[in-house]
Design a protein around this ligand. Structure first.
Ligand code: OAD
Ligand code: ZN
Length: 249
């Protein structure tokens, strides 16, 4: 990635009034959190049907919980990287208005982002399958504590995340659509763009006139529509951009 590209991105940021970030697993990859697709991705080794579907959970709640607890332990040890931090800084400066994320790891919030719209839920929240009560998990549960039970009614609980075949939380989807409609620049970072309806959100913004920056070391769905494609990992890209913008990350 040459300096011209960073210069162009800096210019696009400066000339935008309403920037929205759209992130996926790739934004957390440099923090050590595995992605789902691509080399070393979770779906190479694990089955989405068994571990991330209502059917899989019904079949073996303990197996599903153990997999989520294992991911929580990875996330617990992870730190936000320069990309998370840069987005949080740009929000404090009033440039970035929202971060719409497919991630459940909470790293955007830990970096300081405030307006984070979580389309796929949050791994640090559990939800009762019977009474719907939700609560926050402060640390990853130990395997012996699994599957978690509802503190209110004692029924089986589940991770409060969206699984395949489930609808997105309505409130989050509506807020995300609203932000995309207001956006004049969407910065897409680290998503393959294959899981709908989330993946269409940046395209919606694009159709309404927003410019699109696509940051991903591998080709993805947004390459053909993006105004700039940045073939770079999120952390080094954000470091270079932060340096150009005089922002500490
Ligand atoms: P994916 O795993 O599908 O895609 C990750 C993207 O990040 C790929 O395009 C990678 O090339 C890119 N990538 C890898 N390393 C990167 C790095 N260091 N910096 C920047 N980009 C990098 O993840 P998502 O698109 O988020 O859903 O997946 C969407 C949904 O599918 C997830 O939310 C999850 C999954 O199944 C549910 O669990 C419902
Ligand atoms: Zn309950």
């Amino acid at each position: 990635m040459n300096e011209d590209v960073i210069e162009k991105v800096a210019e696009m940021i400066a000339s935008s009034k309403y920037i929205v970030a759209f992130t996926g697993a790739g934004v957390s990859a440099d923090s050590g959190v595995p992605t789902f697709r691509g080399p070393g991705g979770l779906w190479e080794k694990y089955s989405p049907e068994e571990l991330a579907s209502p059917w899989g959970f019904q079949r073996d709640p303990l197996l599903v919980w153990k997999w989520y607890a294992w991911r929580m332990r990875i996330i617990e040890r992870a730190e936000p990287n320069a990309a998370h931090k840069l987005l949080a800084s740009l929000e404090r400066e009033g440039k970035v208005k929202a971060v719409v994320t497919q991630n459940v790891d909470g790293l955007h919030q830990r970096a300081g982002s405030k307006n984070v719209i979580e389309l796929h839920g949050n791994i640090w929240r559990a939800r009762c399958t019977v009474c719907g009560y939700k609560w926050i998990l402060k640390t990853a549960p130990k395997d012996e504590e699994l599957p978690l039970r509802c503190p209110k009614c004692g029924s089986l609980a589940r991770p409060d995340v969206v699984w395949f075949g489930e609808p997105l939380p309505r409130d989050a989807l509506e807020r995300a659509i609203d932000e995309m409609q207001k956006a004049d620049l969407v910065i897409v970072i680290g998503t393959s763009g294959v899981v709908e309806p989330a993946a269409s959100l940046p395209l919606m913004a694009k159709e309404q006139g927003a410019r699109l920056i696509n940051v991903d070391p591998s080709p993805n769905r947004y390459d053909s529509v993006a105004d700039i494609v940045i073939r770079e990992r999120a952390d080094p890209f954000a470091r270079k951009l932060a340096q150009r913008l005089n922002i500490n990350v």
